[in-house]
Design a protein. Sequence first.
Length: 395
Amino acid sequence: MSSVDPANNIEIKTLPDVREWINGELSLNQIKKYKIEDLLERKTIKLNKDNIKKEIFNNVVLVTGAAGSIGSEIVVQLLAFKPQLIILYDIAETPLYEIDIKLREKYHFQDFKLIVGDIRNRERVTYIINRYKPKIIYHAAALKHVPLMEINPAEAVTTNIFGTKVLAEEAIKAGVDKFIMISTDKAVNPTNVMGVTKRIAEIYTQALNVVGKTRFITTRFGNVLGSNGSVIPRFREQIENGGPITLTDPKVTRFFMTIPEACQLVLEAGALGKGGEVFMFDMGKSVKILDLAKKMIKLSGLTLGKDIQIIFMGLRPGEKLYEELNYKNENHLPTHHNKIMIVKVKMVPLEQIQKELEKLQNNLTNFDNYEIVKILKQIVPEYISNNSPYEILDS
């Protein structure tokens, strides 16, 4: 454990598990300040690494969105399983450059290729898959920020749906063994553009599972602590600046996981999946964001109301008070791990979703936000906008 004792100005730091020491030795760089993810009101989830190693060892693996919070952690976790080659595919050149340095200098790993590219570019995707012939694809590339996607639905659709479509179709053509798509709890009863685009990506990849030999697997989880643009880094910055901490609503709750947990789920799903499944974690109780902010203030040695204030700004467009991990009519099946479940979702025939996506594609170039969202609502009828201009389409 680690904490702050303001009276004596003593900061206690955290030692990693002995199994995580580099080469069996403890490095000073591994002694870290207290992390807010340690405050999750449940034990950290650990998975079966033997299953993962069988999938990864001596194979070529492609990771899209490899420079992002989830993608880069997937890459780092893959190192332990000794892949033949990792292809890091991302459109963000600066973060890709930074992970290049990290892999070489911190992990002394050389067996990787950095590819700057857009998953929406079919020619580029085809070339990369045909050249490197990955056995497994971990698809982490996505546009994820809810308020931004609410005002840029065409981009959300183009990346989250049609970028996934391009990647999945080329994976089938090349005979890729497994395609693991990273989804979100916001895809369940979506109230925003981001969530509904991820739901449609789930629908399409599952429909493709019967087409060729490629097995399509989905992982669905909640908010990731400490990921780029998430609430934890924002709260930390606000605390360092003396406040105030800004929250949307005192009633807002979210399910949380750590970045390593989220990525372990992705890897475990790849090992467990036979094709067509949606995997989700039992992430314990949802966390009140207000309580999270109060804990961060306390850990910083500050007093709420005296040293720092909390103010409420109201829900942003597309946001809802609470998230759901599955639909009420979805059944759960157990796996060998008591914290991992398979969600049995309703399958949509491939021909049906293809026709709907063709209609959506034909309307993208007009950049008519309302028409785009209208079609999204036709594809996913349970998509009901919340705190959004698109609510008019639900009446």
